[in-house]
Every structure is written in C-alpha cells, then in structure tokens.
Ligand binder design. Structure first.
Ligand code: SF4
Length: 482
C-alpha cells in the first residue's frame, strides 16, 4: 500500500506491534484533528528537532506514537509541572504540554494554574471535550449544565456539582500569560482557525516569549453517544454557547484583558439553577427498553453475586451484562451494571461488572467475581486469577488457556463465536454466552427473566427479537447436549 506522507508525523504508528497508520482515536474525535494540525504546524515551522512534547494521561496519551519529535510522558494531571521542568532545563527548546479537561481541569488544575501564574515558558494545548473520554465519559469540570455523562446521568446540576469551569477566563485573571485563546475543530472553518492559533502558540514558544494557553473545543462522539456529525454540532451549538471562542490575550499583538473589556469576563455572572431531570437512569442509558421492572425489595436470604463480562468492543459484552442486570431487576433484586474502559476502549477491550444482591449494594466494582465471562484472550488472562473459589469461568473456545483458573473454580470453554457464525448471525456471540449462563445455571436468576431481558434489549430492533430468542434456545440445547 502506498505510504501517505504527512508532515510532522511518523510514517508508521507501530502501536501494539502493528505496522499501521491508524491512530487509536475514535471516528470523529477532535483529538485526531488536533494531532494532525499540531504535527503540521511543528513541521511547517521547522521546529521538529527543537520541540519537546509533554504527553498527558487521557485519550491524548499516545501522541508519542504519532508526532515525530521528542516526548516525555507525565503522570496524570502533571503535564504542566513536567513542562515547567523541561522548559527550565532546556530553555532553548520549544516545550508543549498537551492536556485534556480531566487532566488539566481537574486533577492537574493547580499545577497548570500555578505554571501559568509564574509565566513558565511553555505552551499548553488544552483539549476540552466536556468530559473524561478515556475512562468512559464521566463528568469533568468542563461538563455543561444539563449535560448527561455516566456520573451525571440526569444531566449536570450546578446545585450539586457546580458550574462548568472556564479555564481560559480563569487563567485570564493572571498577570503572566502572554497568550490565551479558545478555538474549536467542529468544522472546516474552525479547523483552519485552530491551525492559525496552534501556529501562534508555537511562534510564541519559538521566540521564548512566555506562557501560552490554547483551549480547543473538541467533539467526543463516543461519549456524547452521537455520530460524528451530531457530535460536531453539539460542539458548535452547545459547547460554544458555554465556552465562547476568541483570543483572550495576545500581548504582542495588543490583545489584553483591559483592551477586550468585559466581553470575556462574563462567566462570573452565571446563574445557579437546576436542570430538568430525565425520567430515569434506565431511560437515559436505554438499558431497560421494554422491561417494566418492579422496584427492588430487600431479601437478606439472597446472597450477593458478582459478575464480570469482558471482551473486545463490539462483541456485545456490555449488552450481555445489561441482560443479566435486567433479569435481576425483574426478580426485584438490587442490581448494578458498571461499564469499564481503558485506553483501549476504541475497538479494543471493554468490560462491565454486574452485582446482584438481595440487599442494597455498597460498591459497583467487581474485583473478585463469582462469574467471569470472557470473549478474548487479554480479558481472560487479566481476570481469570481474580475469580473467587467456587466461582465459574466461561470463556470462548477460541481463547487459548494459557493460565489455569484458581483452585476450586470451574472452567467452561464455550464456542460462542463459532456457534454464532454457524447459526449465520456472527454478531450474536453474546446471545450464545447468555445461553451458556443459563445452561450452566451460573446467574442464580430465573431462565424466563433472562430471556425477557434478552428480548427487551432488542426493542429498538423488533425484527431481531424472535431471531435471538430462537438462537438462545438452539444454543442452550446444543450446549446441554454436549
Ligand atoms: S473516547 Fe472520545 S476523546 Fe477519547 S478517542 Fe474516543 S472520541 Fe476521542
């Protein structure tokens, strides 16, 4: 295949040992656009040999695979602190910290703020996508009022969790910064403006003028739960209404807070108000379509049972966990479903935890499952050692058993992926695993409730309900006959 030339980027991104030019970003992610712009600016200005990037923790963590320049990686939230050290040790270099809104706006805010206050000589590129992207879409300081995230399922309520943090406006109160601006990558015009702003940031660092902050509004389609076009619209319509674009300060060009006047100081006038609530968490996540479950009832005789479901994204692992949680709800059990993603979320590994109990549940995390269902080798190797004595492991038969489960744990190898292919529905491997859970009596839940929950999960695709019901029965029969 012909190699695509791209300025400032490596010709290959050998992440995970693969020779590829595919980044880890999701389709439509703002990081991908910004990464290209940063690489282009760095190369076009002839600064690649001079630039030291300080990489963050978050979705931007892997920039060292993409930008052909020097890099160091900082601990979570510490990129501005590390950039301080780098820029002081190498005053001849162009030092650029790259941070997201969890990294800079939350855990690392004080590091970044104090570096700006001291006027450290580095540029900070701050990606604001209004939530924590890498860890699955939790609320960040920049989350909009009313925005739904996994930790604000009813929308962010300022009365409970405060108002969105306006990083540019806050930093604009400081004396030392020489450049502060906010741009966006939500459409072509904005991308061109963003490139000019990134160039300006590099220029200021090349000329060793002082601290510069560039905030970039960026869509996160995965955690907005939107397609890339809708995510870009959200960025333009909703995020820009909260975070107006503009140059707050460019001292060399005569743009100062005094000159701008009150225009960008308006954030102080935010009114505290609550936001409308959605009907329910279940409605928000679409996890209970069609299941009219009764409220949970306490029954101390029902022991707590903890499940872990793990595999690649796209294998229906999260839906499988939802089915089990829904079946538990139908039995009036207390239940929690908790998805978990690492930096490999994008087409990589995904897992979820489910807890079912007769009494209220303290924690949604599952460190030692009673039941582990694995669809791929990395998940199996990662979790199998954690399964409790007396527990069950159900693993796809394609996974090599490189590690034995702990003593007293039963292992079932189920050809779920192969069966789904043989039945002509390759996407139904998770339904095969549900059949295995029923066949091996692994959930402690009623078979009928598991079936109802499965059917309910296809409410939006009613044509698939009967098909999956049929697959469930056929797979269960096949497993019981073997
Ligand atoms: S999770 Fe969001 S921020 Fe992270 S790579 Fe995907 S789209 Fe981008």
């Amino acid at each position: 295949m012909k190699t695509i030339e791209q300025k400032g980027m490596y010709q290959k991104f050998p992440r995970s040992g693969k020779d590829t030019r595919v980044t880890h970003y999701c389709a439509g992610c703002g990081h991908g656009i910004v990464n290209k712009l940063v690489a282009e600016c760095c190369a076009e200005m002839g600064l690649q040999d001079q630039t030291i990037f300080v990489d963050p923790v978050g979705c931007g963590v892997f920039t060292y695979y993409y930008w052909d320049a020097a890099h160091i990686s900082a601990a979570h939230g510490r990129a501005s602190a590390a950039a301080t050290g780098v820029s002081r040790a190498r005053p001849d270099a162009v030092t650029i910290a790259y941070q997201g809104d969890g990294d800079l706006g939350a855990i690392g805010f004080n590091n970044a703020f104090q570096a700006a206050s001291r006027g450290e000589k580095f540029g900070c590129i701050f990606i604001n996508n209004s939530l924590y992207g890498m860890t699955g879409g939790q609320m960040a300081p920049t989350t909009l009022e009313g925005e739904k995230t996994t930790t604000t399922p009813f929308g962010r309520d300022p009365a409970l969790t405060g108002h969105p943090l306006h990083v540019c406006e806050v930093f604009n109160q400081l004396q030392a910064p020489v450049y502060i601006a906010r741009v966006s990558v939500a459409d072509t015009k904005r991308i061109m403006q963003c490139k000019q702003a990134i160039k300006r940031l590099f220029e200021i660092q090349r000329d060793h003028k002082g601290y510069a902050l560039l905030e970039i509004l960026a869509p996160c389609p995965t955690n907005f739960r939107m397609d890339p076009l809708k995510a870009a619209e959200f960025c333009k319509n909703e995020m820009e209404a909260e975070f107006p674009l503009g140059t707050f300060r460019d001292v060399d060009k005569g743009v100062t807070p005094e000159a701008i006047g009150a225009q960008h100081q308006a954030s102080a006038a935010l009114e505290v108000k609550s936001v409308p609530q959605v009907a329910s968490c279940a409605e928000l996540f679409g996890v209970s379509d069609g299941v009219d479950a009764p409220p949970a009832e306490d029954d101390p005789s029902v022991p707590e049972r903890r499940f872990k479901f793990a595999g690649y994204g796209g294998q229906g692992i999260l839906s499988l966990g939802i089915c089990v949680a829904e079946a538990a709800r139908l039995e009036k059990r207390h239940t929690l479903w908790f998805p978990s993603y690492g930096p490999e979320q994008r087409g990589g590994s995904a897992s979820c935890s489910v807890v079912v109990s007769g009494t209220p549940i303290g924690s949604p995390t599952v460190e030692h499952p009673d039941v582990l269902v694995c669809m791929n080798q990395p998940s199996y190797e990662r979790f199998v050692g954690d399964v409790k004595k007396g527990g069950i492991v159900i693993v796809d038969a394609s996974v090599p058993i490189t590690k034995q489960p702990p003593e007293g744990v039963k292992l079932y190898q189920v050809p779920a992926i192969q069966m789904a292919e043989d039945f002509g529905v390759p996407k139904a491997a998770n339904t095969m695993m549900l059949a295995a859970l029923r066949a091996f009596k692994a959930t402690g839940l009623d078979d009928a409730h598991l079936e109802t929950a499965l059917c309910a999960s296809f409410k939006k695709k009613p044509q698939l309900v009967e098909k999956n019901r049929d697959l469930l029965h056929r797979a269960e029969a096949a497993l019981l006959n073997n």
